[in-house]
Design a protein around this ligand. Structure first.
Ligand SMILES: C[S@@+](CC[C@H](N)C(=O)[O-])C[C@H]1O[C@@H](n2cnc3c(N)ncnc32)[C@H](O)[C@@H]1O
Length: 220
């Protein structure tokens, strides 16, 4: 196992995180024991963040103790790996507006106290303004207004100099448009307010998706 980012391990072509709850799987992923530790495979076809890592993500803003606002938690596939990485010292505020997804997410939160579930619409960040400042904002919503929602949340919660990652689903914006044009438009919109560091297309793991990594510039 080679540690390629804090808490992210690579073995051959597969990546792993160290399991915070040994013996327990979250979404049917493989468990691997090595050197007295247990690792969970981080499957790039199931998690866009894993796909971005395998496609050459340059900066990985997560480590032990990181606080994250995660928008679009769903049942917690990616959230569970971030929970492994930030450990007991970190916190993930996991926002999800679907009650059905939230029910499954709640099972995960019971086993992993570093995930705080928030049943809310990410378009209305005032509803969870008690979260306060975070180190990283991560968004994966698959909504036509996904970029605007990220901007609103980052401006409200992200610490100066903090990073954000947003998964862009081109087909949620316009099914007829060239995905590359949609990625560019999103990048331009984000660049007006933030420093955009990298845009990563996620093929072959996810069709017509990219992840944009950026940073909230500290005020002059
Ligand atoms: C593509 S899935 C997220 C997958 C998840 N990020 C992962 O990697 O495991 C998108 C999720 O965002 C949620 N969602 C969409 N719009 C939302 C909004 N405005 N507020 C909160 N959640 C939203 C959906 O219910 C869905 O569960």
């Amino acid at each position: 196992m080679e540690e390629i980012f804090p808490g992210v391990f690579r073995k051959g072509k597969r990546i792993f995180t160290e399991n915070l709850r040994p013996g327990q799987k979250v979404y049917g992923e493989d468990l691997l024991r090595e050197g007295g530790k247990e690792y969970r495979e981080w499957v790039p076809y199931r998690s866009k963040l894993a796909a971005a890592i395998l496609k050459g993500l340059k900066i990985f803003p997560f480590k032990k103790g990181t606080t994250i606002l995660y928008l679009g938690a769903s049942t917690g596939t990616t959230v569970s790996h971030l929970s492994d990485i930030v450990g007991k010292e970190g916190v993930i505020y996991a926002v999800e507006f679907s009650e059905r997804m939230m029910r499954e997410l709640l099972d995960l939160c019971e086993k992993r106290p570093n995930i705080i579930p928030i049943l809310a619409d990410a378009r209305k960040p005032k509803e969870y303004d008690w979260v306060g400042e975070v180190d990283v904002v991560y968004e994966d919503l698959a909504q036509p207004d996904q970029t605007r929602i990220l901007i609103k949340n980052a401006e409200m919660f992200l610490k100066p100099g903090g990073e954000f990652l947003i998964a862009i689903k081109a087909r949620s914006v316009d099914v007829t448009e060239d995905p590359k044009k949609i990625y560019r438009e999103s990048k331009d919109e984000l660049s007006e307010r933030f420093e955009v560091i990298q845009l990563i297309e996620l093929e072959p793991y996810e069709k017509d998706h990219c992840i944009i990594l950026g940073r909230f510039r500290a005020s002059p």
